[in-house]
Design a protein around this ligand. Structure first.
Ligand SMILES: Cc1cc2nc3c(=O)[nH]c(=O)nc-3n(C[C@H](O)[C@H](O)[C@H](O)COP(=O)(O)O)c2cc1C
Length: 320
């Protein structure tokens, strides 16, 4: 058993949180992660309905504690998403991609713990001042929207900067990666891409097959998909997705594409065709090579990390 605050105080079997992933992590995936001994989370996008939140939370709650992830930049116009979330009484709410401070006390008043994903030292110290219970260091190699700094430098910087518990997100999809994050001082890991090809994800069979077929070199970090959909993502965040014919044709690295009506039209007519449509995934997609259940992924990462830490650390220390 790995002893961190997530196992001793939160009561998890493994210090592993299933990341909230809009479009991929609904109640079924969250429930499967929780049943296997992690904490499963539901991802709520800026366009989600409150019915989605209520329905998926009901499914997740059948397995026990669960979390819900919200996008802070969307909440000013969608306060209903926070209200629906609080109503479902999750164990954890993640308030990411924006300043969480206006919403922390609303969650705490209902007995809900708060996490936030951070992308710099400044984000992390501000999150600590805002009173969050868990800081998620999210590196640029992560799937979905991220900042610009990679997981390992950001983890070292944030561990040095705050005393709130920290988990690592971005690029972790094997027991060795879980062990590395824990050895560095994280209290756990926040896993997204490793769960994308599982049957319990919301992805279609075709999308899951693309994920299985993709390599670590096959992603890009782009504003393109946000821009062609007219989503109001702040400039600081772009999304890591699988590269395809559409991104190769239209992505201009670092640029905004909102005025590109040809790209927007090509996107609109190509939904569901993964040479055009998006599949958000991180660089760890190169480690996702076979079909498995979410439960198998969590148990493999958890028990595997226990073994890696036992064997590797002992052999390193003996060599001293
Ligand atoms: C398909 C997908 C959708 C995501 N959607 C969200 C989201 O709705 N809210 C959020 O806070 N993070 C979201 N993320 C980021 C994850 O919470 C997490 O940081 C990331 O998956 C961790 O890196 P990894 O993919 O390398 O495991 C998403 C990630 C992916 C892959």
């Amino acid at each position: 058993m790995l002893r961190t605050v997530l196992t001793t105080e939160w009561g998890l079997r493994y210090p592993i949180i299933g990341a909230p992933m809009a479009g991929a992590a609904g109640g079924a995936l969250a429930a499967a992660v929780t049943r296997a001994g992690g904490l499963g989370m539901i991802g709520v996008g800026s366009q989600a309905t409150t019915e989605f939140v209520l329905q998926e939370a009901e499914v997740a709650a059948e397995a026990g504690p669960f979390g819900i992830g919200l996008m802070v930049w969307a909440l000013a116009e969608r306060p209903d998403l926070l209200e629906a979330t609080v109503y479902t009484r999750p164990y954890l709410v993640s308030l990411s991609f924006g300043d969480p401070s206006p919403y922390v006390s609303r969650c705490h008043a209902s007995g809900i713990l708060v996490a936030t994903q951070v992308h710099s030292r400044e984000d992390a110290t501000a999150a600590e001042r805002a009173g969050v219970d868990l800081i998620v260091v999210q590196g640029n190699e992560a799937g979905g929207h991220t900042g610009t700094v990679a997981t390992l430098p950001l983890l070292q910087i944030v561990l040095d900067a705050v005393s709130v518990p920290v988990v690592a997100a971005g690029g972790i999809a094997a027991p060795t990666g879980v062990a590395a994050a824990l050895a560095a001082g994280a209290v756990g890991v926040w896993i997204g891409t490793a769960l994308l090809a599982c049957a319990e994800s919301m992805h279609s069979a075709a999308a899951r097959q693309r994920i299985l077929d993709s390599l670590e070199t096959g992603t890009l970090w782009t504003h393109l998909y946000d821009d062609v959909q007219g989503l109001a993502w702040p400039q600081a965040y772009a999304g890591r997705a699988l590269a395809n014919a559409f991104t190769r044709r239209w992505d201009e690295p670092g640029a905004r594409h909102a005025s590109n009506s040809q790209a927007a039209e090509a996107f609109r007519t190509g939904r569901g065709d993964y040479d055009i449509d998006y599949i958000y995934a991180g660089q760890a997609v190169g480690l996702v090579q076979r079909k498995s259940t979410a439960g198998d992924v969590i148990r493999h990462l958890g028990t595997g990390a226990e073994a890696v830490l036992r064997e590797r650390l002992i052999s390193l220390l003996v060599a001293l």
